[in-house]
Write a protein of this length. Structure first.
Lengths: 420, 110
């Protein structure tokens, strides 16, 4: 029997969520120890006795027994989750309490509770994302650093600091309070969006890592959709956006880590099932008065998904959507993407005009795709020298090998003039 | 053929879930290979970290063993090999060596 590739990682998030619910947020480290202990036992017993029939259930049951030991041994010395009150104190109440807390429904709520707790308002957004990846998705510090192309030390510092904030909160987030839930929900959306983007646009050149990050963001969004308060139009829009973008990953990034821009992707490699799912979610998001940036971004992704050939893309609609996005959340990157859509629709001259019209373009000087867009338009105008120069500066700003390779190739496309 | 006991000391105590899973997989693969080549005589037993230690005529009972993690026996198996040299050679594939542990190879007296 073979295990799922990331079984331990997935189960780590679930088990630590349940245990933190029981031990209390302040005992997060204790919960993590118990999870680690369950894994140690699996490593020692499974090779001898064979992999149990339901390995996930085995790990959960092992953690439960270990947690019972901890509660019995330390109930006088430590305080646990305040809402459990005196249930921990006597054997007659402890057992039934644990059975209830380890029921399937309770566990699902615990993951959600942990997700909302990680999005604590006192934590900066990037810390919320790192914390979610660490606690809820079971990534080690070095693995997160690797995915973010950051140093171990920097990520470790970020996570340690976030954990301190987390452990100081006396209770975990209460997911049954509808008002609190809806107040915190936008922060959760934002963190999931950033997590997804780290996979989609992120720094790592390894397709496997990036796919995993996207996958985790989608898994957590599915948990939200599964909760009666969580299935809001904005959650549907976010899920739609993720599905529609993720559908393009197989064509966007090939197995060698090479990037392909949307107009040269092999569209037959797009994942039809994800596109259908994304379009279904987009339909479900179109209720109520709330129009979020996720709605607009999903709508743009849907325009791409519906075009079977690049030249069939309805670029005019895309420009309109970028206008709305720009009104909602002005950013030079949105303006740049809008300029690219204008160029697709009305030609490279108009594209260059639009790029020059970006008011805060100084914020884009380190963004390699700014120079690359100018290079692309110059190339289309037949000005190969100017194009090559732009691609050279894009190349010097590349943030990872995939981007570097991509700009290098665009530079080669300017070649006839370079060679004279 | 003679029989040998492998006593495993130490254990992997830290590592991300993915690392723990890969460590398990190397153990499973090693067991499988020993078995496939006809060397795995008894799968033995994993041992819990701590129990009691009883000492002396007075039969004093202590919690324990309180050794360092790398010295605690975590389990044993029985291996069949031509001689001590081969048993030692086979033990070199044990994943515990990757995590700072050791294998004690002891011929079983017949």
């Amino acid at each position: 029997m073979e295990l799922d590739d990331h079984l331990f990682r997935r189960e780590a998030g679930r088990i630590v969520s349940v245990l933190t619910r029981i031990f209390g947020a302040h005992n997060l480290a204790l919960a993590e120890d118990v999870v680690q202990d369950a894994f140690c036992r699996a490593v020692e017993t499974w090779p001898v006795r064979g992999i149990p029939e339901n390995p996930a259930a085995w790990l959960m049951a092992t953690a439960k027994n270990r947690a019972l030991d901890v509660l019995r041994r330390e109930r006088t010395a430590r305080t646990f989750a305040p809402e459990l009150g005196r249930l921990v104190d006597s054997e007659s109440t402890l057992r039934p309490m644990m059975d209830e807390l380890f029921s399937t429904d309770a566990i699902k709520d615990d993951e959600l509770r942990m997700m909302f707790s990680c999005c604590h308002p006192r934590l900066p957004e990037e810390a919320q994302v790192a914390l979610m990846l660490h606690i809820l998705c079971g990534f080690g510090v070095n693995e997160i650093a690797h995915a973010f192309v950051s140093s171990d030390a920097a990520i470790k510092k970020r996570i340690t600091r976030s954990k301190k904030v987390f452990e100081k909160s006396t209770t975990l987030f209460d997911v049954s309070d509808n008002h609190e839930f809806l107040t915190r929900l936008p922060a959760v959306h934002r963190a999931l969006y950033l997590l997804f983007n780290e996979g989609y646009h992120g720094a790592s050149a390894e397709r496997a890592i990036r796919t995993e990050l996207c996958h985790e963001a989608m898994r957590l969004s599915a948990l939200l959709l599964d909760h009666p308060h969580g299935a809001t139009p904005a959650t549907y829009a976010l899920s739609a956006l993720m599905c529609l973008d993720a559908a393009r990953v197989p064509a966007r990034l090939d197995a060698a880590g090479q990037l392909h821009s949307i107009w040269e992707q092999e569209r037959s490699q797009w994942d039809r099932q994800l596109i259908d799912e994304g379009l279904r979610f987009l339909g479900l998001s179109a209720t109520g008065a709330d129009l979020t940036e996720y709605h607009i971004e999903a709508a743009i992704a849907a325009v791409h998904a519906r075009a079977t050939r690049t030249e069939d893309t309805d670029w005019r609609s895309i420009v309109t959507f970028y206008d709305r996005l720009q009104a909602m959340r002005p950013s030079p990157i949105v303006a740049l993407n809008r300029a690219i859509a204008v160029a697709q629709d009305q030609g490279p001259d108009r594209g260059i005009e639009e790029i020059h019209a970006i008011t805060d373009s100084d914020r884009l000087v380190r963004y390699p795709f700014y120079a690359a867009a100018l290079g692309e338009f110059e190339l289309r105008r037949g000005r190969r020298d100017a194009a090559a120069q732009h691609f050279r500066s894009a190349l010097s700003l590349a943030r990872n090998p995939s981007e570097g390779q991509f700009f290098n190739q665009r530079l080669l496309a300017c070649a006839p003039d370079i060679r004279g | 053929m003679s029989e040998f006991t492998y006593l495993f000391r130490g254990r992997l105590t830290s590592g991300s879930p993915d690392e723990m899973q890969r460590h398990f997989e190397t153990w499973a693969a090693w067991f499988k290979e020993l078995d496939a080549r006809g060397h795995l005589k008894e799968r033995g037993h994993p041992l819990a970290k701590a129990g009691r230690v009883v000492t002396g005529k007075q039969k004093i009972v202590h919690d324990g063993p309180f050794a360092e993690a790398k010295d605690v026996i975590g389990g044993y198996i029985v291996v069949e090999a031509a001689d001590l040299a081969q048993a030692v050679e086979l033990s070199k594939g044990c994943p515990i060596l990757d995590v700072g542990g050791s294998v004690e190879v002891r011929p079983i007296e017949m």
